[in-house]
Design a protein around this ligand. Structure first.
Ligand code: GDP
Ligand code: MG
Length: 231
């Protein structure tokens, strides 16, 4: 890995961690942001890792951060243990970025626990249904919607909400509150994230995209198809 030299003139490194359930638009929002800021933001996803060992996603994030200042770690991270694994992983494996220059930002897609949230269930189920087989492991056409629903329900029932007053969530430096209930929530979420980052990040030049830029990036992101398949 190329060594980075950090000093006053070097920007911080920002790790954006998604917190969601299946179908909330994590990948669409992330791909859209990377489309808008290709030089600054790179998106990595757990679903692209064949057999996710607990360090693989963190190692991939560190590799990105040797080249770019912002990485989005796209995974549900719906249990506190998964968020803890990320913080622990960085502590153990990062030898290049000073701790004071490494900032963790939570992209919180769910403002309330998903259990019993019928509106969220309907919109995410519909999205997963329409996504069909365009996913690394959840293949709706091949395996049926029943199988996908079972996987989705599993994530919902295990969900542990963000709680920044205790470990591990107290390690987040900044929280961006998002929503997944609207038809075009991923477009709205892209805008919310850009605005939040512009407010929080002082050492990066994040230009405000025009409405056309946003729409183009969003439409392209919705067409995203994984190039890797686990099945
Ligand atoms: P993830 O499981 O959280 O990564 O969800 P995805 O980003 O894969 O989204 C699930 C499906 O819904 C995909 O087929 C997306 O193209 C679609 N999708 C995501 N966000 C939106 C949105 O805001 N509007 C519409 N119309 N479709 C969306
Ligand atoms: Mg995804």
């Amino acid at each position: 890995m190329k060594k980075l030299k950090f000093g006053k003139s070097k920007p911080n490194r920002y790790v954006l961690v998604t917190l969601a359930t299946i179908g909330c638009g994590k990948t669409t929002t992330s791909v859209g942001l990377a489309n808008l800021f290709p030089e600054l933001i790179e998106h990595i996803q757990n679903d692209n890792i064949q057999s996710p060992g607990k360090d693989k996603l963190v190692l991939a994030a560190l590799e990105v951060l040797s080249r770019k200042p912002v990485v989005i770690m796209d995974k549900n991270n719906h249990k506190t243990v998964e968020r803890k694994q990320i913080f622990d992983g960085f502590q153990r494996l990062n030898s290049t970025i000073p701790k004071s220059k490494l900032k963790f930002i939570c992209l919180n897609f769910l403002q309330k626990p998903p259990k019993g949230d019928t509106e969220l269930w309907n919109i995410t189920k519909e999205r997963v249904y329409n996504r069909g087989d365009s996913h690394q492991s959840i293949k709706v056409e091949k395996d049926g919607i029943g199988n996908a629903e079972k996987i989705m329900r599993g994530f919902i029932s295990r969900f542990q909400p963000l709680n920044t007053s205790v470990e591990p969530d107290c390690n987040f430096d900044y929280i961006v509150e998002l929503d997944a209930h609207q038809e075009n929530s991923s477009l709205e979420n892209m805008k919310k994230i850009v605005t939040a980052l512009q407010n929080y990040i002082e050492d990066l030049d994040l230009k405000t995209p025009s409405e056309t830029d946003y729409l183009k990036a969003f439409e392209k992101a919705k067409l995203y198809k994984p190039t890797f398949s686990k099945k």
